[in-house]
Design a protein around this ligand. Structure first.
Ligand SMILES: C[S@@+](CC[C@H](N)C(=O)[O-])C[C@H]1O[C@@H](n2cnc3c(N)ncnc32)[C@H](O)[C@@H]1O
Length: 277
């Protein structure tokens, strides 16, 4: 049996055929580091014994719903390649929409020294994608997880996008700067939504990056608003990724700060709140 047939047969209980083809390509290229052309298209695709051992290990991990990005340690975000591991959330396509919205609104200021703060930076994907577009901006990324910040620092060095990373609870972070943009994609999935989630998210991605208690779903947004109200954080604008289920409550929370705009993600969900203060 060829490696490809073995892969397809094993994965067919977990993924559909289209997903299997793209998974196989990533699996070969980024995980096994062999050319996809040889092995995808040559009928007698054979792997040597070391590759076969790695192949079997990877297959078994994928079969247990380990996300392919954790196997390859790679994820793409805004056309950039990011290192990821189990300490960080795998960057999501909807978060690319958030970066795109900020870019569209601020693109005329590309030559300015904008001050940008990313709260809950994780892999650094938002901060790095923005810094790569706004090259003169000063960018700070804050996270409560040192392991996440280690990954973010690696990514910032890889992309040559100098960013200051700070280990801090986002509610305690203080700055004398007046930011042009504070952006945040904080944890916002309700504990009660766990039952709806795929095991490859639930069992592998860090809990601290995902969940909020059902009895306090806005806790991170409240912390940001409180810091702005206390004057310990100053900003001209806020861009927040949200749980669409909490939209009305978030509008009520944000309204006293300034003018609100709601933006949709590409699947037409009301996913982002912009506040101009
Ligand atoms: C939903 S993830 C977003 C990661 C990344 N910004 C992205 O969009 O892919 C939320 C991040 O917030 C961090 N986090 C959770 N609680 C935090 C807190 N109290 N203060 C700062 N960061 C926190 C997590 O470690 C995680 O990296």
């Amino acid at each position: 049996m060829t490696a490809k047939v073995l892969f397809s047969q094993t994965m067919s209980s977990v993924y559909d055929q289209n997903e299997i083809s793209s998974l196989y390509r990533l699996f070969l290229e980024d995980y096994l580091q062999v050319s996809p052309h040889v092995h995808l298209y040559t009928p007698q695709d054979e792997l040597n014994s070391i590759q076969m051992e790695k192949f079997n290990k990877g297959l078994s991990l994928l079969n247990q719903s380990t996300p392919i990005q954790y196997l390859t340690q790679k994820a793409f975000f805004c056309d950039l390649n990011f290192k990821v591991n189990s300490s960080v959330l795998i960057p999501r396509p909807e978060t690319e929409d958030l970066v795109r919205i900020i870019y569209d609104i601020h693109q005329k200021k590309r030559a300015e020294n904008l001050k940008i703060l990313d709260l809950g930076t994780g892999s650094g994907c938002i901060a790095i994608a923005l810094k790569s577009q706004f090259k003169k901006a000063s960018v700070i990324g804050v996270d409560i997880s040192q392991k996440a910040l280690d990954v973010a620092k690696y990514n910032a060095e890889f992309h040559k996008t100098p960013i200051d990373f700070v280990l801090e609870d986002l509610g305690d972070y203080r700055s004398d700067l007046t930011f042009d943009i504070i952006v945040s994609n904080p944890p916002y999935v309700l504990e009660s939504e766990k039952v709806l989630m795929h095991p490859n998210v639930l069992n592998y991605e860090p809990e601290t990056a995902l969940f909020v208690p059902d009895n306090d779903p806005l806790k991170y947004y409240k912390a940001i608003v409180q810091s702005i109200n206390f004057g310990t954080l100053k900003t001209r604008s806020l861009f927040l990724e949200i749980n669409p289920k909490c939209l009305d409550a978030l509008i009520d929370l944000m309204k006293p700060l300034g003018a609100i705009e709601i933006h949709k993600d590409l699947s037409e969900k009301k996913r982002f709140i912009e506040v101009n203060i």
